[in-house]
Design a protein around this ligand. Structure first.
Ligand SMILES: [Ca+2]
Ligand SMILES: [Ca+2]
Ligand SMILES: [Ca+2]
Length: 510
C-alpha cells in the first residue's frame, strides 16, 4: 500500500443469500486496493468471492454457448472522508478473473456508465464457487476522486440467473387477462418476426392492447400504438438475453441499500413496521434486518425502481417475466413458474428451525411449491408473510418442488408480487430498457425518463406508478394470481406499499 493510502478504510459488506439447506452463502471478503495508476487514475479493487450451489449447464466456456447459469452482479460504492456514498465507475477491461471464473462487463448499449460486472463459471459444472483474488478496475478519476483521497469502499453482490436469448411463448389461453393471438385465444410465440399480441379483457389495459393489439417483434421491438410499424426498437421483449435477480429483494439487501443512502433518502425508503414478518429496524445509517434472508415486503414500485437505479439494474417487462418463467418450453394452460398446472394445496406451511437463514419448510410441497393463500405459518417466527428467499429449494427438489422457473429463478409464483413494466399502456410501452446509473435524486428517487411513473408528477423523477403493474401473485392471494400468464393487474398503477409487494430487477445482456 502506498503511503498516501494509509488512511484507506476497507469495509467488508457481503450480502448473504441462502439457497439450499446449507444456504447459498454468497460471500465477498478480503478486500484490497492495489496497483493504483496515477496516470490513468485507476485502482484495482480486490476481493474473494464464494457461493454454494452454483450451476452452469452444457457450456463450452464462451458467452451464450451454455443453456443456463447463475452469476453474481458485482458493484461497488465509495465515499471520501466520511461523506455520502457514490457509485464506482468501472473500467471496460483489466479485471482479473480467478481460474474457473469469468468477469464480464455489460455489453455496450445505450448506457454510458459501467456500473458493475457479472461474474460466473467459465465452464459447465455444479457446486460451490470459491474464487480468491478477483480484481475489478475502478476508474476513480472518472468519478472525480483525487489520487490521494481517503476513501472507504463497499462491494455488493446480487445473485442473478442468465435468461437465454431466443423464441418463447406468452399467454396460456385461459388465465385472467392473458396475452393472446390477434384472431383467437391461443398463446403467442415471440420470435424474430413480427406478431400481433392482444390481451383478454381486464380493468386496467388500454383499448389498444384489448382491441387491435400491439405489434411485437422479438429482436426489433414493438409498435407502441398499433400493429403496423415498430416504433420502440429498445423495448425489452424478452427475446434478447438478460439476467434476472434469482430472488426477490431481501430484507437484508434493503437494509444495506438504506445504509448507503443519505439520511433523507433513506427516510423516504424506510417503512417502520413489525407486521407480516417485516423485520427491518434501527436508524440510518445502521438499519438492520433481524431476518436478513427473508424476502422484503412493503416495497412500493418507486422503492423498487430506486433500488434498480442504485444497483445499475432496471425493472423487468411483463414479457420478460413470462420468458424467465417458461423459458423455451411451450405454453401450458394455467401453469405456474415451475412449468406445470399443479400446485400444493392451500394451507399452513411448517417452518423447521430458527429463522436464521438455515430454516426449511417441512410441509410436503412437492406438488408445486408456492407461498400463497394467506395462511398463518406454524413453527419458526409464525405469523403470515414472506419467507426466506428460495426456501423451498433443497438438494433433492425438482423445479416443481422448489418452485423454480426454467432458469432457476425463485419465487416468481407467489411470495411477493413482481412489479413489471406493462404492455397495457403507452407509458409502459415507451420503456427503453435503460439501466440505472447508481445515482438517485437528492430525495431518493430513480430518475429515468423512460421508466414508469416519471411523468406522473412533472418532477423529473420516478415518483409515480403509471406504466408499471403486477405479476405472479403474493402470499395473500389465490392460486390463480400465481399463474405465469395471469395478468389481471398487469397494468394496475399502484403507488402504495403493501405487505405483499416486493421487487426484483434485471440487466440486459445485449
Ligand atoms: Ca425481427
Ligand atoms: Ca414473487
Ligand atoms: Ca439515476
Amino acid at each position: 500500500m502506498k503511503q498516501n493510502y494509509s488512511r484507506i478504510i476497507l469495509m467488508i459488506f457481503a450480502i448473504m443469500m441462502p439457497f439450499l439447506l446449507t444456504a447459498n452463502n454468497l460471500k465477498l471478503e478480503n478486500f484490497s486496493l492495489s496497483e493504483r495508476n496515477t496516470t490513468s487514475h485507476t485502482i484495482k479493487i480486490g476481493f474473494d468471492v464464494s457461493w454454494d450451489n452454483s450451476f452452469r449447464e452444457n457450456g463450452d466456456g464462451t458467452e451464450f454457448s451454455a443453456d443456463n447459469w447463475d452469476s453474481v452482479w458485482i458493484f461497488a460504492k465509495y465515499r471520501v472522508e466520511g461523506g455520502n456514498w457514490h457509485h464506482c465507475s468501472l473500467a471496460t477491461s483489466g479485471h482479473i478473473a480467478p481460474a474457473g471464473s469469468i468477469i464480464s462487463n455489460p455489453p455496450v448499449g445505450n448506457d454510458n456508465r459501467q456500473t458493475g460486472v457479472m461474474m460466473y463459471r467459465n465452464s459447465a459444472g455444479v457446486g460451490s464457487n470459491n474464487w480468491d483474488n478477483a480484481k475489478i478496475v475502478w476508474e476513480y478519476g472518472t468519478d472525480g476522486v483525487v489520487d490521494d483521497a481517503s476513501i472507504e469502499i463497499r462491494i455488493f453482490g446480487i445473485e442473478m440467473c442468465f435468461i437465454t436469448p431466443g423464441d418463447f411463448c406468452i399467454g396460456d389461453t385461459d388465465s385472467s387477462g392473458t396475452l393472446r393471438q390477434q384472431e383467437n385465444i391461443s398463446y403467442v410465440q415471440i420470435t424474430s418476426s413480427p406478431v400481433v399480441v392482444k390481451c383478454t379483457d381486464t380493468n386496467y389495459d388500454d383499448a389498444q392492447l384489448e382491441g387491435d393489439g400491439i405489434l411485437v417483434d422479438g429482436d426489433d421491438g414493438i409498435d407502441e400504438d398499433g400493429i403496423t410499424t415498430i416504433s420502440n426498437s429498445n423495448y425489452p421483449t424478452g427475446y434478447k438475453a438478460f439476467y434476472m435477480m434469482k430472488y426477490e429483494i431481501t430484507q437484508g439487501q434493503w437494509a444495506n441499500f438504506l445504509n448507503t443512502l443519505t439520511s433523507s433518502q433513506a427516510t423516504y425508503h424506510y417503512y417502520a413496521s413489525s407486521n407480516y414478518r417485516y423485520t427491518i429496524g434501527g436508524a440510518h445509517p445502521n438499519y438492520e434486518a433481524s431476518r436478513p434472508d427473508r424476502n422484503c415486503n412493503y416495497l412500493t414500485v418507486m422503492d423498487g425502481m430506486a433500488f434498480a437505479d442504485w444497483a445499475g439494474l432496471r425493472p423487468m417487462t411483463e414479457l420478460e417475466y413470462e420468458k424467465a418463467c417458461r423459458g423455451i418450453n411451450g405454453s401450458i394452460i394455467g401453469e405456474y413458474a415451475w412449468g406445470t398446472r399443479d400446485i400444493r394445496s392451500d394451507g399452513s406451511l411448517t417452518i423447521s428451525g430458527e429463522e436464521d437463514g438455515t430454516e426449511t419448510i417441512t410441509t410436503d410441497v412437492s406438488s408445486g411449491a408456492c407461498l400463497y393463500g394467506n395462511d398463518e405459518h406454524s413453527g419458526g417466527d409464525g405469523s403470515r408473510g414472506p419467507l426466506r428467499a428460495g426456501i423451498f429449494a433443497k438438494t433433492s427438489t425438482d423445479r416443481k418442488g422448489s418452485g423454480a422457473t426454467f432458469y432457476g429463478v425463485m419465487d416468481m409464483s407467489g411470495s411477493l408480487w413482481e412489479r413489471t413494466v406493462t404492455l397495457g399502456n403507452l407509458t409502459g410501452r415507451g420503456f427503453q430498457g435503460t439501466h440505472g446509473d447508481g445515482v438517485l435524486t437528492s430525495d431518493g428517487f430513480a430518475d429515468k425518463a423512460n421508466w414508469p411513473g416519471y411523468a406522473d408528477n412533472n418532477d423529473n423523477k420516478n415518483s409515480g406508478a403509471t406504466g408499471s403493474g403486477f405479476r405472479g401473485g403474493g402470499w395473500h392471494n389465490s392460486e390463480a394470481d400465481s399463474r405465469i400468464s395471469g395478468r389481471y393487474n398487469a397494468s394496475y398503477a399502484n403507488t402504495s406499499n403493501y405487505e405483499t409487494y416486493g421487487f426484483r430487477a434485471v440487466r440486459s445482456w445485449y
